[in-house]
Design a protein around this ligand. Structure first.
Ligand code: FNR
Length: 381
């Protein structure tokens, strides 16, 4: 079916559910524990109300902006997501190409299926690389060096996954380390023939940044034990300073949800922070990212660029985040749903949907330039 009949991100999600094997669809569509924070991320956007304005000139509108000094077609980047190549064969390469053509940043996860080099080979626009700090610091250096060699224009350092949140859906689906392959999985794949055919057509089915690069990781079972022990529970602000020196370029700190942490992040001299709770996948019981944004902007907004992710499902949500002080936003699941629904075209469709909603909402709020959005578009009761 044509993607043009998908009018909302929810439409793309419904299509992805029909196309992607359940264990991988659930991996995208799940949060930690009760999933309360995951739900709050979305619900708290709906509670924010806009002021309807009339008879203002709405011609010549612009959605162009900048994030960390880079021009963006709209202030919406693709968030780093792990195992994206399991939503669709070669998923990261397809996503990066869609983002490049659209003119928005693409962030590649450390835990991607396609490697840094794979993505660099199919794009010209520099992409951003997301780093998890592993205990093996030689491997961290290896990743940083490869991101530099690939011309990545920013490093996104994720701070909120020193240990993994409790994701019960993944455990119930057997998406664990080491992975279990059962008749249930075979059935899930057999009932998604299009996905399976495309997957047979690619060799990229393992973690491309890690296998063959990290010490003693050569296959799936050695990879599982490696990942289980490599996330560093001792990460500190000194490590952030070390990574900043080692990288030497634009640095974005991801996973800030507290004003005190935001101040410490600003002290590091990084270029931006992302207000984020990892899409509700880590600390269940934390507040939604949009509800924390105003406090964090108050605390550090004059010292560092503030970005936000978590719960954005429409261009209207993007506008609300900008109104509350974010300079840029990221989409995780909307990107994955688009990819699962239709590969590169599906990602393009997700971006188009968000762009149209952003444009129409901005106009009906009586504004013409996305860079001028501020709190005065909100009805704060
Ligand atoms: C993520 N996220 C994530 N973040 C990160 O820094 N590195 C990663 O490898 C991943 N992996 C990942 C996988 C999946 C399936 C999801 C859904 C998310 C978090 C991601 O970057 C972002 O913070 C959230 O996805 C934002 O919330 P929404 O847009 O999904 O609601």
């Amino acid at each position: 079916r044509s993607l043009s009949t998908a009018l909302t991100i929810a439409d793309l999600k419904a299509r992805a559910r029909r196309r992607v094997p359940k264990m991988f669809f659930d991996y995208a569509d799940s949060g930690a524990w009760t999933e309360g924070t995951y739900r709050a991320n979305e619900a708290d956007f709906a509670a924010i109300k806009l002021r309807q304005r009339v008879l203002v000139d709405m011609t010549g509108r612009s959605l162009q902006s900048e994030m960390i000094g880079e021009r963006v077609a709209m202030p919406v980047a693709i968030a780093p997501t792990g195992m994206t190549g399991m939503q669709h064969a070669d998923g990261e390469m397809l996503g990066a190409r869609a983002a490049e053509a659209f003119g928005v940043p693409f962030t590649l996860s450390t835990m991607s299926i396609c490697s840094i080099e794979d993505v660099a080979s199919v794009t010209k626009r520099p992409f951003w690389f997301q780093l998890y700090v592993m205990r093996d610091r030689d491997f961290v250096r290896n990743l940083i060096g490869r991101a530099k060699a690939a011309g990545c224009s920013a490093l996104v350092l994720t701070l909120d996954l020193q240990i993994l949140g409790q994701r019960h859906k993944d455990l119930r689906n057997g998406l664990s380390a080491p992975p279990k392959w059962t008749p249930k999985h075979a059935w899930q794949v057999a009932t998604r023939p299009l996905w399976a055919m495309e997957m047979l057509g690619t060799k990229r089915r393992s973690f491309g940044n890690i296998v063959g690069h990290a010490k003693n990781v050569s296959d799936l079972s050695s990879l599982s034990s490696w990942t289980a022990e490599q996330f560093d529970p001792k990460l500190s602000w000194d490590d952030v300073a070390w990574i900043k020196r080692e990288w030497g370029g634009k640095l974005i700190l991801k996973g800030i949800l507290d004003s005190e942490d935001a101040r410490a992040a600003a002290d590091t001299g990084a270029d931006a922070i992302i207000v984020s709770n990892h899409g509700g996948r880590q600390l269940d019981g934390a507040r939604s990212s949009i509800s924390m944004l105003p406090r964090i902007v108050d605390a550090v907004g004059d010292r560092i660029e503030v970005h936000l992710d978590g719960g954005i499902r429409s261009g209207q949500d993007v506008l609300k985040a900008l109104a509350l002080g974010a300079k840029g936003t990221y989409i995780g699941r909307p990107f994955l749903y688009g990819l699962g629904a239709g590969g590169q075209d599906g990602v393009t469709r997700a971006l188009e949907i968000i762009r149209t909603e952003l444009d129409v909402t901005m106009a009906l709020c009586g504004r013409r330039d996305v860079r001028d959005i501020d709190r005065s578009i909100l009805d704060e009761g």
